[in-house]
Design a protein around this ligand. Sequence first.
Ligand code: GLA
Ligand code: ZN
Length: 676
Amino acid sequence: MINTKLPKIWYGGDYNPEQWEPAIWSEDERMFQLAGVDVATLNVFSWALNQPSEDVYDFSWLDEQMDRMSRTGVYVCLATSTGAHPAWMAKRHPDVLRVDRMGRKRAFGGRHNSCPNSPTYRQYSTRLAGKLAERYKDHPALVIWHISNEYGGYCYCDNCAAAFRVWLKERYKTLDALNRAWNTRFWGHTFYDWDEIVPPSELSEEWGHNRTNFQGISLDYRRFMSNSLLECYKLEYEAIKEFTPDIPVTTNLMGLYPELDYFEWAKYMDVVSWDNYPSLDTPVSLTAMTHDLMRGLKHGQPFMLMEQTPSQQNWQAYNSLKRPGVMRLWSYQAVARGADTVMFFQLRRSIGACEKYHGALIEHVGHEHTRVFRECAQLGKELQGLADSILDSRSGARVAIVYDWENRWAIELSSGPTVALDYVKEVHKYYDALFKLNIAVDMIGVDADLSPYDLVIAPVLYMVKPGYAGRIEEFVEGGGTFVTTFFSGIVNENDLVATGGYPGELRKVTGIWAEEIDALFPDQSNRMEMRQAWGELEGSYSCGLLCDLIHAEGAEVLAEYGEDFYKGMPVLTRNRYGQGTAYYVASSPEAAFLEGFLSNLCQDKEIAPLLADVPRGVETALRVKGESRYLFVLNHLADEAQIQIGNQVMRDLLSGEQIKGQVSLPGRGVLILESM
Ligand code: GLA
Ligand code: ZN
């Protein structure tokens, strides 16, 4: 647990006092106090201040801020400031500048702009992290390290090309193995020398977003880039740990961000932290899924909500205000799903450059008499009231959904069968159905142990990595229920097709053979006709996107296609395997089907909803700690909702009241119910 020094849900956020005159600082202190702010993230983008030139370091400004924070009872999440290099560095050492996918060498500007394989960047960022750790290792304000900021973006420069070749040599050992893995006899690509290999940019194999001639090469470049950035992180991590082995280290992730394999990253993070920026029209279940995914990165360990806006963003197309109560509601949504901190970008709004219209605790008006400040201060007080009660608690979920970045990359890079296949959307469809059923879900990677779960769902498991099919078989054999869908079991980790019939290695456990895959136009659909009523499913449901034409080979057929030349072929099958069951959903069904289907599976396994009787728009989530169970009820509706909490008396941690039976929850209201 990270919150030991300050055993409560940390409350605060990014703070940039270096952008302000000292006269403002005492106002900040006063207002932090009023708002209940107890953690400030300092030094996120201050490399140029810390190192004004090649050999000069100057931390005097930061010394002053660190001391000021501890004097005023605010702890520090200390960033290493390596998310943007100084201008002098770009001028003197152009190797820090990235080359983009179009092959253009960047000039100085922006942020998150350093080439991850630049010797200069690696040397100077590591040195800076070490210097900070050495300097502040005993500082009483320091509670956590924040390396760089929102790592991301790829580089295609010559240093990266050279490092790619080294990475490939390590992965494949021989050119023969590489040529096989990339299937290079296609289009005469056989490589005879490692130096012939170039990054897959717009100058070589790629064109446009996720379009490539060679999936194997592009997939490896994504792995390599994710790893190159991770190497930069690890170098700073090591430099820090040398001085402060016991202070946790994180870097702020971005949820469903496509470019980095966060399951791999999380192995090297003491705690996961992430930045949550939904827009007004983001489905709440998508935000919930993302929180669950961030919690899943470290197998259920609580995470930090590192950033969210108190009111509005600046970088979306339409930067709506969070409606009254929504900031509080979404903060508790994060906590409900495993956050042990609630932090903002940012504490005081800047006056210049592109984030001056980004919301902050302290707005341009400069005082506390604003709607946003009042709402933040109320939340600050409530979080103080919660003290350490729910810290370090877990989800208690018995259902897991598998999510895998490499699988996502492979699907997105795929040329055919349809441009409309969106991995995240398909995963979210399953998640959303469970969300509506009020069933707790863990989002897990392909490394996760399956044994804690009764039901495991792997939507579009296109890539089956070595050993994974065996682990699924073992899970099902032992009594688990497994669900997978169309376009699964198609390729191995190199995007090479598993011959012998789809779904490849999953054929045995699913008991089916998919002979062909039909892609439907957006306005086309097919039907899933239930052969007979089964629990909450009966009659016919619409489906589309892709339709696998499958044959049951041992599996029982529960539903068949209702239209087209494959009318009558199976679309939903169930295969008994060992003590368990594997389902194959051969097309992308409408939501009503998924709700009925997943409800049936949960009932089979006696997995009960967290609350049986809640209106749509009200979210439930559970945190479990030892014998204590904390049930969160979050009303996302603007209007009051009636909730049945049953006959057991519960205590609401926020109001302190004891309640049971029917409860009316105001619009955007929150309950945290502890069983008595
Ligand atoms: C990101 C960054 C912050 C800030 C916010 C604005 O999350 O980490 O520095 O730019 O976005 O929303
Ligand atoms: Zn580079």
